[in-house]
Design a protein around this ligand. Structure first.
Ligand SMILES: Cc1cc2nc3c(=O)[nH]c(=O)nc-3n(C[C@H](O)[C@H](O)[C@H](O)COP(=O)(O)OP(=O)(O)OC[C@H]3O[C@@H](n4cnc5c(N)ncnc54)[C@H](O)[C@@H]3O)c2cc1C
Length: 411
C-alpha cells in the first residue's frame, strides 16, 4: 500500500505525540495523520510547569511544541479535547467517547501519565492541588502567595521544585515524605542527602519517614495535614505530588502485553506485542540495548527522542532506541543533569565541591563501571559522563574523584 493511502493515528497530545507527528512528516510520510489529544491546549512540554512557568519566567507559547498553523500546514488532523475511549487492535479501530470510530493502519500510543491520587480523607477538598497540566499550574500559582503556607505531600522532583518556587515567593513550606529522605528511591542515600540539605538550607520544614493520614479540612476547604505520628501541619494550600501513574487503560483493555513496571511492553524499536501498534514516552517500558533490561522512565528526553525511533518502525525500517535515560531539575540555585540508569549500584563517587553544590556524582557497580552520572552546577561534562557510561569499562575511582584528571582520560 502506498504511504499516501495510509492512515496513522497517534493517541496522546503531549510532547511525545507532537514529536511523532513531526517525525512522520520529516520522514516524508504522505498519508493521513490523526492526533487525538484529550487536553484543549496545543501539545506542550511539562517541565516548565513546576519551574519557569510557575516562576513567571516563561509563557505557555514558549513551550508549546508547534503552533496551530504548523499542524494545518503539515496536514496533521489535530483533534484537541478528544479522548480516545477504546482500542480494537484486531479491527484496527480506535473509538471515541461520542461512539464514533477512526481506522488506522499504524497506531502510536503516547498517552503519558496522570498524577497519582491519595486515597485518604480530604484529598478532594478545595485547596488540594495536583500538578500535571498547565491548568493545574495556573491554579497552584494562584494559591501560593508570600504570606501563605504550603504543605507538599511527597518529596519527589515535582514536590521539591514547587517547594523551591514557593520559598522563593516567601511562602512557608512543609514537605511530608514517607521515605527517610526526599528522592531516596530516585538517587539513593548519598545524593538524596544533598537535596535534603538544599531544602533545609532554604528553611523548608522536611517531615521525613512519615505517613500522611488525612488532609484536614474546614467547610470543605483544606487546612493542612495530619501525619502518622499524630502531629499536624497548618496550610492554606496542599500540593499532592506522590508520583504519576502511566495511562495504560487503552493498552490493557486491547490486550497488549504489559511490563511488570506497569508500562506497555515494547521491544527496543518501541513496537508493542501487536505489530501495528507502537508506544513511546511515559507509558513505554522499552528493552534497552545497553543495560540489557526493560526501562520505563517518566522523563522529558524520552518523550522528545523516542518518537523518531518509533516512527521509523511504523514506516517499516525499525531502529533501536539506545539513548541513555536523561533527566534534569532546577531548584533554587541548583541546576543539574542526570544521565544513565543506576537502580542497583555499589557506591557513589563525588568529584568536586559537594557542600558548595558544584560537583559531579557517579554511581558505580561492584566492578567500578559507571552506571549513571549527575552534574550539579557544572556544565559541559555531560558528553564525557555519557561516554563513561557507554564504555562499560571499570574506572579508577580515585581518578574519577579527582577534578584534575580529565574525564576523557579515564576511558
Ligand atoms: C510538573 C512536571 C514537571 C516535570 N519536570 C520534568 C523535568 O524537569 N525533567 C524531565 O525529564 N521530566 C519532567 N517531567 C516529566 C515529563 O514532562 C514527562 O516525562 C513527559 O511529559 C512525558 O511525555 P508524554 O508525551 O509521554 O506524556 P504526557 O506529557 O503525559 O502527555 C500525554 C497526553 O496524552 C493525553 N491523553 C492521555 N490519554 C489519552 C486518550 N485516551 N485520548 C487522547 N489523549 C490522551 C493526556 O491528556 C496528555 O495530554 C515533568 C512532569 C511534570 C508534570
Amino acid at each position: 500500500m502506498s504511504s499516501q493511502s495510509q492512515t496513522f493515528v497517534i493517541v496522546g497530545g503531549g510532547l511525545a505525540g507532537a514529536k511523532a507527528a513531526e517525525a512522520l512528516r520529516d520522514k516524508d510520510f504522505s498519508g493521513e495523520i490523526v492526533l487525538f489529544a484529550a487536553e484543549e491546549h496545543l501539545p506542550y512540554e511539562r517541565p516548565p510547569l513546576s519551574k519557569e512557568y510557575l516562576a513567571g519566567k516563561k509563557t505557555l507559547d514558549e513551550f508549546t511544541v508547534n503552533s496551530a498553523a504548523w499542524y494545518r500546514d503539515h496536514r496533521v488532523d489535530l483533534r484537541l479535547g478528544t479522548t480516545v475511549a477504546s482500542l480494537d487492535v484486531r479491527e484496527h479501530l480506535v473509538g471515541l467517547q461520542d461512539g464514533s470510530t477512526q481506522r488506522y493502519d499504524k497506531l502510536l500510543l503516547a498517552t503519558g501519565s496522570a498524577s497519582r491520587r491519595l486515597p485518604i480523607a480530604g484529598s478532594d477538598a478545595d485547596g488540594v492541588h495536583y500538578l500535571r497540566t498547565v491548568d493545574d499550574a495556573d491554579a497552584l500559582d494562584a494559591a501560593i502567595t508570600a504570606d501563605s503556607a504550603l504543605a507538599v505531600v511527597g518529596g519527589g522532583w515535582i514536590g521539591l521544585e514547587v517547594a523551591a518556587e514557593a520559598r522563593r515567593r516567601g511562602a512557608k513550606v512543609t514537605v511530608a515524605e514517607a521515605a527517610e529522605l526526599p528522592l531516596l528511591g530516585a538517587l539513593g542515600r548519598e545524593v538524596a542527602e544533598v537535596f535534603a540539605k538544599l531544602h533545609r538550607d532554604h528553611d523548608v520544614d522536611l517531615r521525613l519517614s512519615t505517613s500522611v493520614e488525612e488532609i484536614t479540612t474546614a467547610d470543605g476547604v483544606a487546612t493542612g495535614l495530619r501525619l502518622g505520628d499524630g502531629s499536624t501541619v497548618d496550610a492554606d494550600a496542599v500540593l499532592v505530588a506522590v508520583g504519576a501513574a502511566p495511562n495504560v487503560g487503552l493498552a490493557t483493555v486491547a490486550g497488549l502485553a504489559m511490563a511488570p513496571d506497569g508500562g506497555v511492553a515494547v521491544d527496543s524499536s518501541l513496537r508493542t506485542s501487536d505489530p501495528d501498534v507502537f508506544a513511546v514516552g511515559d507509558i513505554a517500558s522499552a528493552q534497552h540495548p545497553l543495560f540489557g533490561t526493560r526501562i520505563r522512565t517518566e522523563h522529558w528526553a524520552n518523550a522528545l527522542k523516542q518518537p523518531a525511533a518509533a516512527v521509523a518502525g511504523m514506516l517499516g525500517t525499525p531502529t533501536e532506541y539506545a539513548e541513555l535515560p536523561y533527566f534534569f531539575t532546577d531548584q533554587y540555585d541548583l541546576g543539574m543533569e542526570y544521565a544513565g540508569y543506576a537502580r542497583d549500584y555499589a557506591r557513589v563517587v563525588f568529584r568536586g565541591d559537594v557542600d558548595g553544590r558544584e560537583f559531579v556524582a557517579f554511581w558505580l557497580d561492584s566492578d567500578s563501571r559507571v552506571l549513571a552520572g549527575m552534574n550539579v552546577n557544572i556544565w559541559d561534562v555531560l558528553d564525557d559522563v555519557k561516554s563513561l557510561i557507554r564504555s562499560q569499562k571499570p574506572v579508577d575511582a580515585d581518578k574519577l574523584a579527582d577534578p584534575q584528571q580529565a574525564l576523557s582520560s579515564l576511558m
